[in-house]
Design a protein around this ligand. Structure first.
Ligand code: NAD
Ligand code: ADE
Length: 420
């Protein structure tokens, strides 16, 4: 049977397979789940529409879902994050219907989302909630057949909770992002490392001694700030939340409003999940040669129309770097078109963290199969037993064991009589 697809070039498939297998070596928890899924077939016959970054790590998730019996239809969750080699290998070597081409325009991006929805899924798997949003707005005919879904990232969970609050969400979704084994590791260590990796790959600038402004001190921001500091940068954090700001201060960072940080910045990195962080005023205040990039989910954190409005000329300097010459005589360098730079200009998070994120995805898909009937049209947390099991398996794969509570300790922790 021919596999439906729209990828750049199937001739890239062999290179893609090598890279997928390389990533798989870093994903022991997902591998264990894949082996069990092969035996138990918990997703047998399930058509699953997945909209995720098409990377080697995602390929290993897709293999796992397929091993569990699912018919997987995969589209990209960002126009710039697709690895064309991976997409080709998914079709040719792993028999997975894939619709993703790096650099696709908006029309092609949505034609790919349409293609996976045309498969009439029983379940959805999103990174950013574009499929859920599309189904609710454009394809209500498909909604009736869907029993549930999962969501990978902070911004997607925010959108879904807004749908739930408005009473418009039509099926239950598990918020994978909210699992501890997801955001504590993926958002923090994954985004921290891969964002700095992307800035360095794209620009080859020395980070040591640079002033790096990190907007947002949530899970991703903590990771980015800590990795930039580790590379020798002088890090300034901007925040709107007083608790997060205080945390940044006590972690040793300078904290100030973005408009005050802008003239000091050599590099500005946004990870807020919010809009218009680098606004027109901020661009006007940046010094000559400042580099600006975003690792938040959507390309709204850097106000590109406001940048264009004060631009005299622009040119591509090299892959992933565009120079904007401004009316004030200065130049600003934008990385990865303001899209999540760690996936646009590097390879996203390493397999070792995606191992836990995607173990959550696979186990939550299985959970949805057995529990969907009893769930309401709401956003649900990942069940604690799943979260803890993933942590246990990850520790085991690292050869690390931990102490067990003794009976005496367990009793002490549940009693109130003992004191001073
Ligand atoms: P979070 O909610 O933990 O943190 C966001 C922080 O930004 C919060 O502390 C919030 O107060 C702050 N913030 C909001 N508006 C701000 C403003 N105007 N100025 C300064 N700070 C502001 O979220 P997170 O988990 O860190 O995720 C952040 C974004 O990164 C989301 O869009 C998420 O989907 C995305 N994400 C990207 C990747 C990736 O691979 N690039 C991975 C995980 C998450
Ligand atoms: N999000 C961040 N890094 C990723 C990766 N390597 N694969 C899929 N999604 C990601």
């Amino acid at each position: 049977m021919s596999i439906q697809h729209d990828v750049k070039d199937l001739k890239l498939a062999d290179a893609g397979r090598e890279a997928i297998e390389w990533a798989d070596r870093q994903m022991p928890v997902l591998r264990l789940i894949r082996e069990r899924f092969e035996r138990e077939q918990p997703l047998k016959g399930v058509t699953l529409a997945a909209c995720l970054h098409v990377t080697t790590e995602t390929a290993n998730l897709a293999r796992t879902l397929k091993a569990g019996g699912a018919n997987v239809y995969l589209a990209a969750s960002n126009p710039l994050s697709t690895q064309d080699t991976t997409a080709a290998a998914l079709v040719k070597h792993y028999g997975i219907s894939t619709f993703a081409i790096c650099g696709e325009d908006n029309e092609s991006y949505y034609s790919h989302i349409k293609a996976i929805c045309d498969a009439k899924p029983l379940m959805t798997m999103d990174d950013g909630a574009d499929v859920v949003s599309y189904l609710h707005k454009e394809r209500r005919d498909v909604l009736d057949g869907i029993i549930g879904g999962t969501e990978e990232t902070t911004t997607g969970v925010i959108r879904l909770r807004a749908m739930e609050a408005d009473g418009v969400l039509e099926y239950p979704i598990v918020a994978v992002n909210d699992a501890s084994t997801k955001h504590l590791f993926d958002n923090r260590y994954g985004t921290g490392q891969s964002t700095m990796d992307a800035v360095m790959r794209a620009t080859n600038v020395l980070i040591a001694g640079k002033v790096v402004v990190v907007a947002g001190y949530g899970w991703c921001g903590k990771g980015v700030a800590s990795r930039a500091k580790g590379l020798g940068a002088n890090v300034i954090v901007t925040e709107i939340n007083p608790i997060a700001a205080l945390e940044a201060v006590m972690d040793g960072f300078r904290v100030m409003p973005m408009i005050e940080a802008a003239p000091l910045a050599d590099i500005v990195l946004t990870v807020t999940g919010n809009t218009t962080i680098v606004s027109g005023d901020v661009f006007a205040a940046l010094k000559d040669g400042a580099i600006v990039a975003n690792s938040g989910h959507f390309n709204v954190e850097i106000d590109i129309p406001a940048l264009e409005a004060q631009t005299i000329s622009r040119k591509t300097i090299r892959d992933h770097i565009e120079e904007f010459s401004l009316v004030n005589g200065r130049s600003v360098y934008l990385l990865g078109e303001g899209r999540l730079v760690n996936l646009a200009a590097a390879e996203g998070h390493p397999g070792a963290v995606m191992d836990m994120s995607f173990a959550n995805q696979a186990l939550c898909a299985e959970y949805m199969m057995t529990n969907a009937k009893s769930l309401e049209k709401k956003v649900y947390s990942v069940p604690l037993p799943i979260d803890e099991e993933i942590a246990r398996l990850k520790l085991h794969s690292m050869g690390i064991s931990v102490d067990l509570l003794t009976a005496k300790q367990e009793k002490y922790l549940t009693s109130w009589e003992e004191g001073t």
